[in-house]
Design a protein around this ligand. Structure first.
Ligand code: C2O
Ligand code: CU
Length: 498
């Protein structure tokens, strides 16, 4: 039965359904079509409605995707967003709830929504051409799925490079049985920003391909062998990114107009970090504090105290921090990027002058944790089992020319990986490039050799890593680099159930 819940959580997501009545902003510069002209055939048709099971809570909401104009510290940027702001409205439910989310596509282009990290039914995974038809301009589409696992997630289109516009928002799945031993909770969404600053992500991608790689920012493509130690423990990890961004944002705000997060001294806060950037790995620290990391991509880890940590595109980390008394910079420093500054928010519990836009956190100069070195909580371990099937997955390509692929060819030309339901699958991932790539798997989580559960993992240049997954969610799924420019240039492959 459909019963909208009247809880605190519902209040938090209530604004999702509010479609502003203001006329569509007449925007310039945000209207280029994404991707090639779509085929006319619509093999998937309208999504078949499904029903929640008896007693299952239903969380219903709607989103409007459309052009809007947003102020970034005085610069007006025209972009595409959910509900006229980025990040879009927080969506929240309990583990086991049935989500029914309607997307109203008022963009001048096709779109879709992918629920990043959720082990959902295949038909709701949001990949046009693989799990659904593209959602055309002016159309509505209803996503219905159960969110089985608690954790910090987000959602974004799986259409072209739309992720690099303002189309992203946090999705929190709560564990109703978790004690929640903290006083406050802050969701911290990181992003790199270029849209509406005289270019669009589509133009950026076209230029990368036309120019055969970046022409600004000192990138040189292949050949940083001297930095490469072939393992994740030795950052820097080769070339950092392909795009020179003018802004880096925390919760949609640049450091010159930072979000101010307020609390009282000595309060314990749960921070939920989401990296929604398209081309930027960040190192993150809260000046004057140490944080205890509790979850990686939603999965519990053995609590680990750090001064700073890396977060790749598509990764999420939860941390607990006990706040000091004063005003502190929460800094996300783009890894390996020399222009565009940093992302910053202010944490204020007392008096004291606000940190400058370029304030540093001394913690960033110390040891910076790499998430794959965390150890899994016992409860989060994938039960050990010998693999029934083992396959290889190479990450291939180069910046010059700007060509990326998996298993020797670009997506579409490469051969899907296959698995049978019930099998334990091992994927031996080999990064055969000189860049670091965040590798993301849809519809499942995988275990690293340590047992750590993730759905997105940073792979250093030339690094090899075996990831194991339980083939318990039939359908056609994607594995891809979460650098959206790499993905669009071919660094994707399908995982199909035979
Ligand atoms: Cu967040 Cu297929 O990606
Ligand atoms: Cu990549």
């Amino acid at each position: 039965m459909t019963s909208p819940r009247l809880s605190r959580r519902n209040l938090l997501i209530g604004s999702l359904g509010v479609a502003a009545t203001a006329a569509l902003a007449a925007c310039s510069g945000g209207s280029s079509q994404t991707g090639p002209t779509p085929a006319v055939t619509r093999p998937f048709g309208a999504p078949a409605p499904i029903q929640p099971s008896a007693g299952q809570q239903v969380v219903e909401n709607s989103l409007v995707a459309r052009q809007t104009t947003v102020d970034l510290a005085g610069q007006q940027v025209s972009t595409w967003a959910y509900g006229d702001a980025f990040p879009g409205p927080l969506l929240r439910a309990n583990a086991g709830d049935f989500l029914r989310i309607t997307l109203d596509n008022q963009l001048p282009a096709d779109t879709s929504i992918h629920w990043h990290g959720i082990r959902l039914r295949n038909a709701a995974d949001g990949v046009p051409g693989v799990t659904q038809d593209p959602i055309r301009a002016g159309e509505k589409y209803v996503y219905e799925f159960t969110a089985p696992d608690p954790g910090t997630y987000f959602f974004h289109p799986h259409t072209g490079v739309q992720l690099d516009r303002g189309l992203y928002a946090p999705l929190i799945i709560d564990d109703p049985h978790e004690p929640g031993n903290y006083d406050a909770e802050w969701v911290i969404v990181l992003d790199d920003w270029i849209d509406g600053t005289g270019t669009t992500p589509d133009d950026v991608l076209a230029k990368l391909i036309a120019d055969g790689g970046p022409t600004a920012g000192g990138m040189s493509g292949m050949g940083h062998g001297g930095m490469n130690h072939g393992a994740m423990g030795t950052a820097p990890w080769g070339d950092a990114g392909d795009v020179t961004y003018p802004h880096f944002l925390i919760n949609g705000r640049p450091p010159k107009d930072p979000q101010v997060l307020t609390a009282t001294p000595y309060q314990k806060v749960r921070l939920r970090f989401i990296n929604a950037a398209s081309d930027t790995i960040f190192s993150v620290a809260l000046g004057g504090h140490r944080m205890t990391i509790t979850h990686a991509d939603g999965h519990a880890v053995n609590p680990t105290e750090v001064g700073a940590f890396y977060i790749g595109m598509g990764e999420r980390y939860d941390a607990i921090v006990t706040l000091g008394d004063g005003a502190f910079p929460l800094v996300a420093r783009p890894f390996g990027k020399t222009s565009g500054g940093q992302a910053m928010a202010v944490v204020r519990t007392g008096s004291g002058s606000a940190p400058d836009a370029d304030a540093t956190a001394t913690e960033l100069a110390g040891n910076v944790l790499i998430g794959s070195q965390l150890s899994p909580a016992e409860s989060a371990k994938l039960p050990s089992r010998a693999p029934d099937v083992t396959v290889g997955l190479s990450l291939d390509g180069s910046m010059q020319p700007y060509q990326w692929g998996m298993n020797g060819a670009a997506y579409g030309a490469n051969k899907p990986l296959t698995v049978k339901q019930g099998q334990r699958m091992r994927i031996n991932v080999q990064n055969a490039t000189m860049m670091t790539h965040p590798v993301h798997l849809h519809g499942h989580t995988f275990a690293l050799p340590s047992g750590l559960r993730k759905d997105t993992v940073l792979m250093a240049p030339m690094q090899s890593l075996a990831i194991d997954l339980e083939a318990d969610n039939p359908g056609d799924w994607m594995i891809h680099c979460h650098n959206i420019y790499h993905a669009e240039a071919g660094m994707m492959i399908a995982l199909k159930y035979a």
